[in-house]
Design a protein around this ligand. Structure first.
Ligand code: COA
Length: 506
């Protein structure tokens, strides 16, 4: 028996082993397919390429072939990428960050439903997208009783295993068997009116099972793989990210002094991207001890806080590491098993838990306006970047909600603080703090006029500060009302960039 076959302890299921090409036969044109995968971790590695090949063959014969794809969150080039490049996707939800998929979405070839990650499982349960035909789920192994040992992410796997008519498993021998026991899964949290409270009062608490379960008769194929996750490299924090991080740490210290935060802060959620990671890196040298993580994706910065003893535990739904951090994770996995809990995203992102735990959310953004509205998804109001992901779940329910960004983008030709955001993801009602390398705006308890002053003075880049002040002054003079705006001018900065490549007036 090969090392891969040995991962299947349930002897009956070994008969289901086949090649990816054979398993791809279960996926037909027009089907809705649910895949595992969250932030480039735990997605299927070989089935998507086999489905893409099948699509190309069908297209070559003049036949249609395109599927709907739903995941936990982003996958990687070997999943989203190959399918998009083969024109094999007609629908995608709830989140992606792949360049080929992004191009097809923006051309209108893929209907993309950008959704809050905490919503997606229930929407599938209720059949918003139609019946799920096939689920393709990466696992680490199968126990003798037929329970599935989850991989580097849980995401929506628990729901897909229940909802799908047929299941294909990829057993990936790159993922360490020692992941067994790191997960905490409630397979069904119930659908209203039959939902019960989720009794988690501490990020490290375990309330469910370490395994995923499914009706074994639905498993139609098992494919053996040996392939890495996306494992993107993080760039070393640059001067801008370091400044943003410093401002946040100073602010945490101030809030502790004011008695609004405990000395070990509150459970930290950190979004995707280098700035978010820089904040966690900076916490390493901060005075705070016994930190806790309650986040969607556990990345390098949080791993290192746990390994150094600064963070006592963290709850997440995915482990997404650079190659070097993955090595540190594998080297310390026995220690980390008692420190890290991986849960379904329906729990990780659940408003009930985020509010109860009082999470501090820290997410990156594309732009904010002078009143504190935030755009996380659309470049110049129209081009989809990635999606809202879990940023809405966390921002709305956090007890401290931060958005971070450099004050300018594209060599200073774009101000990330604008008169009016060109797309709304997070409203002024949810956004408490905006932080750029220029400073921090504490928007709590402030009126729109008070917020505008703080955003312009504290967050805007000097190149744009006078322009923003001029816009605000003229809007106020023109009759202003509660939220002063000049509607004909509010999006003119974006239009100027589209027309000239620079938001600044020359
Ligand atoms: N206008 C136009 N483009 C802008 C911009 C702006 N105001 N601000 C940034 N950009 C561009 C950057 O230049 C960069 O372009 P490039 O890819 O051509 O280099 C790109 O947007 C990404 O910006 P970057 O500074 O590298 O940011 P990031 O990696 O920190 O990502 C988001 C920022 C907003 C795209 C990312 O955080 C995201 O997708 N967020 C939404 C989902 C989320 O928050 N998930 C976590 C939830 S738990």
């Amino acid at each position: 028996m090969t090392q891969a076959q040995e991962r299947i302890h349930h002897s009956g299921l070994r008969n289901k082993i086949m090649t990816a090409e054979q398993a791809a036969a279960f996926v037909q044109n027009g089907m809705l397919v649910g895949v595992s995968g969250f932030t480039g971790a735990g997605h299927p590695k070989v089935l998507p390429a086999a489905i893409a090949e099948k699509a190309k063959e069908e297209h070559a014969q003049g036949k249609p072939f395109a599927i709907g794809l739903i995941s936990g969150a982003s996958t990687a080039a070997e999943c989203d990428g190959v399918l998009a490049e083969a024109n094999a996707l007609k629908f995608r939800s709830p989140y992606q960050s792949d360049s080929a998929t992004r191009n097809h979405i923006n051309k209108g070839n893929i209907a993309y439903h950008d959704a809050h990650l905490s919503h997606i499982e229930q929407q599938v349960r209720l059949g918003f997208y139609g019946a799920m035909d096939v689920a393709i789920i990466e696992v680490v192994g199968i126990t003798a009783e037929g329970k599935l040992i989850p991989s580097m992410s849980i995401g929506t796997n628990n729901e897909w295993l229940k909802s799908a008519k047929k299941i294909i498993l990829e057993i990936n021998t790159v993922q360490p068997e020692k992941l067994e026991g790191m997960h905490d899964i409630i397979n069904d949290i119930g659908t209203p009116p039959n939902r019960q409270p989720i009794m988690i009062t501490d990020p490290n608490q375990r309330v469910g099972s370490a395994y995923l379960e499914c009706d074994l008769d639905k498993i139609v194929a098992i494919v053996l793989t040996h392939a890495n996750d996306r494992n993107s490299k993080f760039t070393e924090p640059d001067a801008t990210s370091k400044l943003i991080a410093e401002r946040m740490i100073d602010f945490f210290a101030y809030e502790v002094k004011q008695g609004r935060l405990p000395k070990n802060l509150l459970p930290l959620q950190s979004g995707v991207g280098n700035v978010a990671n820089a904040v966690l890196t900076a916490l390493q040298d901060s005075p705070f001890e016994n930190l806790m993580g309650y986040t969607e994706v556990l990345q390098d910065g949080m791993l290192d806080l746990i390994l150094s003893g600064k963070m006592k535990s963290a709850s997440a739904t995915a482990l997404s590491f650079s190659p070097a951090a993955l090595q540190r994770f594998n080297d310390n996995i026995d220690f980390l098993r008692s420190k890290i809990v991986l849960r379904p995203q329906e729990l990780t992102n659940h408003p009930e838990l985020i509010r109860r735990l009082g999470v501090i959310s820290m997410n990156a953004m594309i732009e904010a306006d002078i009143y504190g509205n935030v755009n996380s998804t659309h470049i110049m109001g129209t081009k989809m970047m990635n999606g809202i992901g879990g940023s809405g779940d966390f921002t709305r329910n956090a007890s401290f909600s931060f958005f971070v960004t450099p004050s300018v983008a594209k060599n200073g030709t774009i101000s990330c603080i604008v008169p009016m955001v060109s797309h709304h993801d997070h409203t002024e009602h949810d956004v408490m703090f905006v932080v750029t390398e220029q400073g921090l705006a504490d928007l709590r308890g402030k009126s729109p006029r008070q917020r505008a002053k703080l955003m312009i003075e504290n967050c805007a880049h000097p190149d744009y500060r006078d322009m923003l002040q001029d816009y605000y002054d003229r809007a106020e003079k023109a009759g202003g009302l509660h939220t002063p705006h000049l509607l004909m001018e509010a999006l003119s900065w974006h239009q100027r960039f589209v027309d000239t490549g620079d938001m600044r007036v020359k």
